[in-house]
Design a protein. Sequence first.
Length: 137
Amino acid sequence: MVERNLAKVEVAGSSPVSRSFSLGVVPKWLREQSAKLLCIGSNPIDASRYYYFSMFYTYVLRSFKDKHLYVGYTTDVQKRLSKHNSGLTKSTKSRLPFELLFFEEFGSRSEAMLREKFFKTGKGKEYIDSKLLKLNS
């Protein structure tokens, strides 16, 4: 169900790029990039042990119960969706279960928070509606 809706993900941020990858899998380009980040003198440090590259995601959920949308941000979309669906989130507990409609990736928490705020405005809701029309066609 979720994989059908997430075949192509738009990555937003300071330089939007279209990337496609499944939840919970670190893309090869990101592993290679982070491995090159730390190097001191002639003795390179294994970046995978010392450098933690954290991405933030703004996500949109739809309740099966009342068809209303929920917007939030997180560092782990799969884990957050499971918390929503298990009733551990107070604000969504009464509207279980949820499906993940789409998410966008950001390099910083502040960018993800700004996008979440945008999605909660009138223009943001229009954007979500147009995005859903594209996903369903």
